[in-house]
Design a protein around this ligand. Structure first.
Ligand code: NAD
Length: 299
């Protein structure tokens, strides 16, 4: 049993902290939001008055924060959590953040004498609740080995992607595929509608042909063929368009810095920017099919 501090008890961090408790760990949590702190009480997470108090006696610190600037501000510098924790603490950052901030997080952890992994997740709130998340992990072999049993308490697939920042790199590459493929599937259904093809007929063909992909077979953007997809509940998330746009922007930032050509990634970012700007940030990202359909009707 380890003493684990969880910093950031929001939609993801709250249930992840609860699963660490279920695995028998002593979990102490902190969040700037009083509502998030209150909500996690039912999960038997001990609450600390400050982030510093939460990490003071911890063997492991898990951060689950909104973005890179939050992670770097919370951990680095003389007032940060690296300085407040005992040397040799294992830091696991599971937030989705830019690769440059992830590398800065690792560098500051090493300077402070800690072990660190970037370990972003896919699987959403359902995966966080059910401990079925996929973790994409970047860091040394030793840090990965130390983190693995804890990640197994919160997820079902744990992949060591490489050194510092490799987990974040894998996450944004995967989600760039997802954003592009959802638009591709949406365009195909809207074209099919214009050609008089039923949704079910297109689904039956494409789901067993070369157009097959997760956006089609698990998350089909039209109601009917996949009863569990958000299209069947008026595009309630699921995975909100705002989060998809965040990840696409991270992919474009990384592509610019690395000099990679991502023409379709750039196009998907532009389309999700327009979709979100029309008041759809809170809708499931598969709702972009409605936006594609509106554009088709305008032409
Ligand atoms: P959230 O907004 O629900 O939770 C973030 C929490 O961090 C908030 O409660 C906020 O008060 C807290 N916080 C911010 N700064 C803090 C600080 N300095 N100290 C303590 N607490 C602080 O967000 P979420 O949905 O839980 O997502 C967290 C991360 O996981 C994000 O990076 C997101 O991109 C990623 N993610 C989310 C999902 C999803 O479906 N929600 C899926 C995969 C990855």
């Amino acid at each position: 049993m380890a003493t684990i501090a969880v910093i950031g008890l929001g939609n993801m961090g709250g249930p992840m902290a609860g699963n660490l408790v279920k695995a028998g760990h002593d979990v102490v949590g902190f969040d700037l939001s009083v509502a998030a702190m209150e909500a996690v009480k039912a999960r038997w997470v001990r609450l600390a008055e400050t982030a510093h108090a939460a990490v003071a006696d911890a063997d492991v610190v898990v951060t689950m924060l909104p973005s890179g600037k939050h992670v770097v501000a919370a951990t680095a510098g003389p007032d940060g959590l690296f300085a407040a924790a005992r040397p040799g603490t294992l830091f696991i950052d599971s937030s989705t953040i830019d690769v440059a901030s992830a590398r800065a997080f690792h560098e500051a952890a090493v300077v402070a004498g800690h072990q660190s992994v970037d370990a972003p997740v896919s699987g959403g709130v359902g995966g966080a609740e059910g401990a079925t998340l996929t973790f994409m992990v970047g860091g040394t072999d030793a840090a990965f080995a130390a983190a693995r049993p804890l990640l197994e308490a919160m997820g079902k697939k744990i992949v060591h992607c490489g050194g510092a920042g490799a987990g974040q790199a894998a996450k944004i590459c995967n989600n760039m595929i997802l954003g592009i493929s959802m638009i591709a599937v949406s365009e195909a259904f809207v074209l099919g509608e214009k050609l008089g093809l039923s949704h079910q007929a297109l689904y039956d063909v494409a789901s067993t042909s070369s157009g097959q992909c997760w956006s089609l077979t698990t998350y089909c953007p039209v109601p009917g063929p996949v009863p569990t997809s958000p299209a069947n509940r008026d595009y309630q998330p699921g995975f909100a368009a705002a989060l998809m746009l965040k990840d696409l922007k991270l992919s474009q930032e990384a592509a610019g810095a690395a000099g990679a050509a991502t023409a379709l990634g750039a196009a998907a970012t532009a389309l999700y920017t327009a979709f979100a700007a029309e008041g759809n940030e809170g809708k499931d990202f598969s709702g972009i099919i409605e936006w594609v359909r509106t554009r088709a009707d305008e032409t």
